[in-house]
Design a binder for this molecule. Structure first.
Ligand code: AMP
Ligand code: ZN
Length: 470
């Protein structure tokens, strides 16, 4: 497949180094608060990448998504809540798991936390390797990375050493640095802060070292195949990850850098610090489903900005309803095979879908392939030229699309857990049928309205009454 690589600023053919298993790392959530849907735009895009690699390219994927559970923000938030750091961050680690499930993210192979013992040790070892290779200095109990020691610094963000001097955005991790560009590897502990003493003096890791160390500990020898995150991480975070890993090992860190554009709200990046955020439960509380939000987040190409609004969420809901109604309609088609050249048409749709997705994950184009087919098949059903075996073949094709899109299966799982228990819905449908039969239309109407208020819509047809979620 072709994938845009931030390192080369071009689309390149992507094949894992060993031809079989993609070793993928992506920066996970900083667990000082519940993740917002901006964060989840990036996680959904990486999930779509993962699924494309697995189901269309046939690779195995070894994916690591970390939790940053120690940094300035987590420490400050835990202190403000008067809780131990680990207990405080546990809550948001759990919340991430809930939101990831609502959005249909495939579980990944490892979710390391920075404060896990083995990760802390890996960070300290990496810092010691950097010291041994002359990339560090110590000052007031902290250890810093000396950027001047690594001539290749700036390769990802395309910085030149001169231009970086003044005014460049530098780390918030500033203590006693010799050069404004340098960044902290190990921060001397301040009174009252959590600290670890593993040979570098009491302190805690800088944010950047967490990722380099966990990526290499869990994915093995560099270079790893893909490293991903939102575009705000290119500099300084990912640049510094490269400096640390390459400084410590002497070999390239990552073959392909994958960066996802922002989700905006009110023409600004959605971010906790601006305060313009929505969480997944907040969106669900407004009556939207996880499948709809997932659809919205992936429907714009990952390298284009996406502006969140309730209107486009409504549009995503309309598209999702069309898709799921269509699949349900296929299940009701009867009669013998009737479609002409259906299998060639389905093969073409699969080929076009594959072509779009393997062209740097062009989800909008893939969705147009899906909807073109949907429209044609609907026409064939209307015209009576589609039989049950044909419908089954179309259903199979949609299930194949959905391995990558992950919205129809999610919708089905949501339907299986409707806001009203299925037995109760079925009982009420039966009661309503009986009421209508005895011409008690007031009661029948009342049942329909009550269910509607609880999020269940009834649809009558010659073959009986069906229900669906609103
Ligand atoms: P953080 O919790 O801030 O470390 O961010 C977790 C992930 O979400 C990182 O990959 C960020 O780049 C990404 N991210 C944060 N805000 C946004 C946004 N508004 N749109 C897309 N990705 C974002
Ligand atoms: Zn990271």
């Amino acid at each position: 497949m072709n994938l845009y690589n931030t390192l080369s600023r071009t689309e390149e053919p992507f094949v894992p180094a060993d031809g079989r298993t993609v070793r993928l790392y992506n920066c996970g959530l900083t667990v000082y608060a519940r993740g917002h849907v901006g964060n989840f735009r990036t996680f959904v895009a990486i999930d779509v990448l993962r699924r494309t690699l697995r189901y269309l390219e046939g690779y195995e994927v070894q994916q690591v998504t970390n939790f940053t559970d120690v940094d300035d923000k987590t420490i400050a938030a835990a202190a403000a809540a008067d809780e131990p750091l680990r207990a405080y961050t546990d809550r948001y680690v759990a919340a991430f798991g809930e939101d990831a499930a609502v959005l249909g993210l495939e579980p990944v192979e490892a979710n390391p936390r920075a404060t896990d013992d083995e990760n802390m040790r890996a960070m300290v070892e990496m810092i010691e390797a950097l010291e041994a290779r002359g990339h560090t200095y110590r000052s007031e109990g902290s250890v810093y990375f000396r950027i001047a020691s690594l001539p290749s610094y700036g390769q990802l963000a395309r910085l030149d050493h001169e231009g970086m001097q003044a005014g460049a955005r530098v780390d918030s991790d500033e203590y006693a640095k010799q050069d404004a560009r340098d960044f902290v590897l190990w921060k001397a502990s301040k009174p009252g802060e959590p600290s670890w003493d593993l040979g570098l003096g009491p302190g805690r890791p800088g944010w950047h070292i967490e990722c380099s160390a966990m990526a290499l500990r869990l994915l093995g020898q560099p270079p790893i195949d893909i490293h991903g995150g939102g575009i705000d991480l290119i500099f300084p975070h990912h640049e510094n990850e490269i400096a640390q890993a390459e400084g410590a090992t002497g070999v390239p860190f990552v073959r392909c850098w994958f960066h996802v554009e922002f989700l905006n709200f009110d023409s600004e990046k959605m971010s906790k610090s601006i305060g313009n955020v929505f969480t997944v439960p907040e969106i669900v509380a407004r009556g939207f489903r996880g499948s709809t939000l997932r659809y919205l987040l992936m429907s714009v190409h990952y390298r284009k900005q996406l502006t969140f609004s309730w209107e486009i969420l409504e549009q995503a809901e309309a598209a999702m309803t069309r898709l799921s109604d269509f699949v349900a309609r296929l299940g009701r088609v009867t009669g013998p095979a009737a479609a002409v050249e259906l299998s060639a048409r389905l093969d073409r749709a699969r080929a076009e879908f594959r072509e779009a997705m393997t062209d740097d994950l062009n989800v909008p184009r893939a969705l147009s392939v899906v909807f073109d087919l949907l429209r044609e098949v609907n026409g064939a059903i209307d015209a009576g030229t589609l039989g049950a075996p044909d419908a089954a073949a179309v259903q199979e094709t949609f299930a194949w699309f959905d391995q990558v899109l992950g919205v129809l299966s999610l919708r089905r799982a949501e339907d299986e857990q409707p806001p009203v228990p299925v037995e109760e819905i079925e009982q009420l449908i039966e009661e309503r049928r009986a009421a209508r039969q005895s011409r008690n239309f007031a009661r029948a109407d009342e049942i329909r309205k009550d269910l509607d208020a609880r999020g269940i819509v009834l649809e009558d047809s010659p073959t009986g009454t069906r229900w669906k979620r609103k």
